[in-house]
Design a protein around this ligand. Structure first.
Ligand code: CP
Ligand code: NVA
Length: 306
């Protein structure tokens, strides 16, 4: 594992190692034990899009691990004036020890990774959001004690987070049901990859069927960053896929409700469900910090044990 561009860069063993490390770092933080594995490493973060959780969790993770972070927006770099991604990657590699980038096009990450001599981490692209799903797997394991065999229902837009969720389910042995309108399905290459891994994954159009007996219901915004021009038709087409009390009643009573946030209350999820007793969203958000620490440690100082 030299980069983390896709969840499929990780094996089952890699995921368990990262979750164990995240759990350990979380417990140490709660006890006030300082772990400075990244002293004196520097991470550059490049943002083409907005971020709250990713930006803050990476910055706090680097600081707490003894490292340093450079918080950059692409428009402030020469990238915004036409310097190539390849030149930027090679130059940055001379200064820093890792790059995290949130980009529109996944191919931008691939070029960064190709020309960089330091690890590149996907902080969200149009195709995937692997750091989010690692935090989510940590959260699911905390709630359910296991991953294998759980019934995971994705309801709504088959977007970047959904693509990473499909791969996460495939690698960890969860059953995956995606309910989305026609035309809003997950990426077909990701689905093929998951099926080739032996995944139990199905894309259907009836939300009730997807959530029946589910252990986990997950949704995300209907208008992702970059989809703003399609807002009106998306809200219309996705309306039958709202997570509300009526839909949740088809799932197990113990079903956990997940959302990567930010949420649009009253669109993809009602306020009642988002803040209700089954909601895991704040724990997911917190776990971004612990999972990120594990990812950074594993990539930036691969031989160090915490
Ligand atoms: N879930 C997530 O990635 O949130 P941000 O867009 O705030 O980083
Ligand atoms: N699918 C959303 C996730 C935000 C964390 C987006 O890409 O905007």
């Amino acid at each position: 594992m030299n980069n983390l561009l896709s969840l499929s860069d990780l094996s089952f063993d890699d995921i368990i190692e990262l979750l164990d490390m995240a759990e350990d770092l979380k417990a140490k933080r709660a006890k006030g034990i300082v772990v400075e594995t990244l002293k004196p490493k520097s991470l550059a973060m490049i943002f083409e899009k907005s971020s709250t959780r990713t930006r803050i969790s990476f910055e706090v993770a680097m600081n707490e691990l003894g490292g340093h972070v450079l918080n950059l927006h692409s428009r402030d770099l020469q990238l915004g004036r036409g310097e190539t991604i390849s030149d930027t990657a090679q130059v940055m590699s001379r200064y820093i020890h890792g790059i995290m980038a949130r980009v529109y096009k996944h191919s931008t990450l691939e070029i960064l990774a190709q020309f960089s001599t330091v690890p590149v981490i996907n902080g969200l692209s149009d195709l995937e959001h692997p750091c989010q799903l690692l935090a989510d797997l940590l959260t699911i394991r905390e709630y359910k004690g296991t991953l294998k065999g759980l019934k995971f229902a994705w309801v709504g837009d088959g977007n970047n987070v959904c693509n990473s969720a499909i791969l996460a389910a495939a690698i960890t042995g969860m059953q995956m049901r995606v309910a989305c309108p026609v035309g809003y399905g997950p990426n077909s290459d990701i689905l093929t990859k998951a099926v080739n891994m032996g995944a139990d994954v199905e894309v259907i159009h009836e939300p009730e069927n997807a959530v029946e007996n589910a252990d986990i219901i997950y949704t995300d915004v209907w208008v992702s960053m970059g989809d703003e021009e399609e807002k009106e038709e998306r809200l219309r087409d996705l309306w039958p896929y709202q997570i509300n009390d009526a839909l949740v009643s088809f799932a197990k009573e113990s079903c956990m409700i997940m959302h990567c946030l930010p949420a649009h209350r009253g669109e993809e999820i009602t306020s009642e469900v988002l803040t209700g007793p089954q909601s895991a969203v704040l724990n997911q958000a917190e776990n971004r910090l612990h999972a990120t620490k594990a990812i950074l440690t594993r990539l930036l100082v691969p031989n160090v044990k915490v």
